[in-house]
Design a protein. Sequence first.
Lengths: 106, 521, 671
Amino acid sequence: MNVPSEHLFFLSAGLFSLGVLGFLVRRNVIVTLMCVELMLNAANLAFLAASRMHSTPESLDVQGPVFSIFVITVAAAEAAVGLALVIALYRLKQSVETDSASEMKG
Amino acid sequence: MQYELVLLTFLPLLGALAIVFTPKGAERLQRLAALATTLVVAALGVRLFLAYGDSASDPGRFLFELPWFSLPSSYGADTAVNFKLGLDGVSLLMVTLTAVLMPIVILSTWGHVHKRVKEFMVWMLVMQTGMLGTFLALDLVLFYFFWEISLIPLYFLIGIWGGERRLYATVKFFLYTLAGSLVMMVAIIWILWTRGTSDVFELINILCRAPLEEQLWLFVAFALAFGIKVPLLPFHTWLPDAHTEAPTSGSVVLAGVLLKMGTYGLVRFCIHMLPGAAIEAAPVMMALGAIGILYGALLAWAQDDLKRLIACSSVSHLGYVVLGLFALTPAGINGGMLQMVNHGISTGLLFLLVGMVYERRHSRALDAFGGVAVAMPLFALFWVITTLSSVGLPGLNGFVGEYLVLVGAFQASPLWAIVGLSGVIFGAVYMLMATRRMLFGALDKPENRELTDLNAREIGLMLPLVVLVVWLGVSPNTFMAKTQPSIELVNLRIAEARRAALAGLDAAPTAPATQREESAR
Amino acid sequence: MPPSPSHAWLWWIPLLPLIGSVLCGALHLATLSARKRDPQAKGPAGLAPLIACAAMAGALALAVKGLFDLRALDAAARILNSTSWEWITVGDPRQPWFEVDLRLVLDPLSSTLGLVITGVGLLIHIYASGYMKGDAGYAKFFAYLNLFVFAMLMLVLSSSLLGVFVGWEGVGLCSYLLIGFWYEKGWPAEAAQKAFITNRVGDACFLIGSFLLLRLFGTLDMHEIVARMGADFRLDAVSDDVKLNIALAALFLFGGCCGKSAQMPLFTWLPDAMAGPTPVSALIHAATMVTSGIYLVVRLNPLFASSPAVMTLISGVGVATALIGGSTALVQRDIKKVLAYSTVSQLGYMFLGLGTGAFGAAVFHLVTHAFFKALLFLGAGSVIHGMHEEQDMHKMGGLRKHMPQTFATFLAGAAALSGLPLMSGFFSKDEIIAHTFNSGGVYYAFWIVGGLTAAMTAYYTWRMVALTFFGPERFDHHHVHPHESPAVMTVPLMVLAVLSVFGGVLGLPPVFHVAHVLNDWLAPVVAPGVAILNQLHPHEHLSHATEWVLLGLGAAVALAFAHTGFRTYSAGPEPDLAIGRGAPGVAAFLGDAWSIDSAYSRVVILPLRVFAFVVRFIVDQVVIDGLVNGAGSLAKNFALRARGMASGQLDAYALWMGGGAAVISLWWMWS
């Protein structure tokens, strides 16, 4: 069945909004990182949907998927760094709450 | 001959560097090194003064120019900023005063600077470089550079070696002056961006043709910075605090030279460079000057701290300078320039004397004294001579400048001249009141009975200034004659701008007014 | 520029006293350092009077030489110019915008005054060498005294108004220094300060007058100004605007004269100036400095003559001052205060004369007044000296037996002051009164007040003589032993007495059919003013009959009131106490010079002082500094609040980041 591209954009927007909301609201740092991943993947979806929109049966648009691969790579690196920071934070503060550390206040 | 100017400007800096490398604790060496440096600079300054003739006859002699860097501009080519130092009649007296005053200031520190002598001397010498550079700079960016440099040493001098409220006073002074300077910087950037040159003499020829509105905005920006420095009412409140809390030598330099950087800037930039705006703004400036005379005098009368009284008297005296300069008449401008020197000498002397009495008595309150003339007759003699100079007794320096200012102002605006004339009366009121409370009357307080009179060092450092007081009063022409040709150029500019204003244009004719201008470049 | 040759020697007239002053100053400094080593040392101070008197004698000799040189010249061209000295030059020296050249000019007026200054001055110097003996500041005194003479000579000899001003302020300075000479006592310093500041108010008016003159004539050279208003000047050919400016200039210059010559309303400093040593009172506050105002008006006579309103004002102020001074002197107990108020009163007479156009008469009265007032002051000083610094007349009495020479000379001075017939004061005062009578209109009122004041003058003068020299001896014989003063003090008294008695020959009235020496001598100087006055309202001279009547009336009034005053007080000060009991309000009002001084304190000085405090505490501290500090605290408060943004909380940062990103993307999309 043919899923119209607009639906893909809606999905992407929805996922992105969920990601932003989660990023801003959730207290657990790991969950926040997961929300960031969600945002990145929503962006990926948007790229692929756009690529699908632009490609014709004769020439397949490869820019979308290529960019997606870049994004996935960056996401992976960022996830690694982020989780390392979480572990460092836990070692320091024995907690993974976002409001456990406010040494930079003032 | 060209290198003399560079030597004059940077010798104090070299001296400061040398002092930095002296061992810690070698106080005597540091003091003598500073004294020696400033004496050499004074000798150079005096030599320059004596050698100075009309710059039109030999323009290259008092000029030093080196290319420096360039800034982008909308004018076409990039703006070239040059390292240009030059001496002309407008800056001559101030340069000489700065050079000659510093050894006296250093000599006075023997009595009141006892801790961290090394840093003190270093900062003093750096400040001298800054001041000399400000007067000698003929490039706009260079001028701003030196202008800002002279702020920092004074910040430290007041902040470290000052009185009880020194931190408040020095921060207030620094931020206030800096705020004005930043406004000036905006104006400078505008000029560099739109006119493509940073050379002061070129700009003097270019900006007089600028539209009046532009001239006025630039004038306001420059006048704000200089007005804060002068200090012009109502931007004067930093001065009493800074003067009162500063150590004696700091006060002397502040009153003697630093305040004149503001009035020098008014002449060089606001009047000479922007004559159309100067003519428009003259009534306001004259009003501020005249009211400042009266205001400063009343303020001084109400004080009971001796040093603060003299600081307020500075506000009053510099009102004369501004009144004279913005009368925009030859007598007024000459009077204003002469008063710049006169005020430096007489108020410098007053601060020195106050410092001497403070070193002995550790109090500046007028009530702490009374009858001191009986214990210290020589001090009383110097004090009375200085008071008379400050009050404008004919035969001493204050009168010539004061009279020229008032004559010039009367030609421009009888109203403000008469308001300024009140300074003649009220100046005598507060100075004589202070003199009487301090020197005369019965010597009733026991602490005052043991006061020792002036020693040889103190007499020695005041004597050159007293000689100048009398010399300037009896024969002012010796000094004024050298400044005349340059001031004539200013007069010509103003006359041109007035003609243009009358003719309904807001730009002056394109050709320079006389041959002399061409050769002065 | 005048075509006559330049006489450089004229400069020595004022310079000799200046050199004397510097030398005496050096002697004083040497004495101070000698005293540092040994507090009892006398040092070289004793040489000071010799140097000072030598300088004065030299100046007098030169003034006399000048007199003879002038007399040798033709009457119309009696003028000697000195070499010129460029003091201030603004602009190109060949074509200056403004220049002041100092030049000394000897003409009949300045030579007359120069002779008075140097002659009477020399006598007072000699007297002072005895009076001030033993004082700690002996050399300093002579330094100041010589400096004063230098300034006064500059005042009368300068050709430029600014040169006059140099002398004008210079004498003010010396007055300040000398009034406050004994500053350790406290009140002399206050009196000195008051004198200087009151003079300064007059000086400010002087300066305004000089600006107006400069604007009118383009020069401050008085001789040039007078020449321009001279023979060819027609007042009706001048525009109203110029006439107004001339009147304003005259008015402001007169304001300066009021300050220096102690006229209403600026006279309150003169009685306080009695705190200074008596020779100072004699020289400065009787004979010379206070006469500067009269000199200025006579010098610039055409300027003043051009403005009838100002002339009437001058006369009015003069006669009012004369009345106030005279009435106040009636109730004074301090002998010097009587003389001080008397001086104020007599100066008023001089201005009365000036206002009527009788310039010569005013100068005549100036000269005779210098003689007899200096004599009276020096005599009073002799009395005070002999009475061990007692100045209250109620504690004197019967001194004529103890101090015969002082007494005799004092009588001569008193006779002259009160205007007893044939004394010098009689002729000079009568001339002024005659001119006042002759002027008509409102001057009749002035004449009446002037006559009333003459009566008072005779009364208080002989009251003073009676209380001091006659009657029972009211001093404590155990502690006070009055004695005659040494010769160095009495000889000048005798010389002045001769001058006071016979000085009248300088100005005998026309009814005597003898030439009026002084008027003839001064004629070329006052001619321009007299010519203008004749243009304005020519009037004939008094008939001989009227003159005899006025002379007789004046003599009668003087004799009558002198006699009354003497008789009332010859038995002692009881009448004073009676007045004090019977009319205490009147006595207090008169005694305090019509309460003018206290009015000043309340109406002028106090409000100004309050205003100064308002400026300091409210305008400066609260308003202006409030703004400055307010800006500072505004920045600080803002920073404090903004600091709250850096909470250290990750979510807050996340929120800001997200919000910022949203705003930027929206702006980018919409622009």
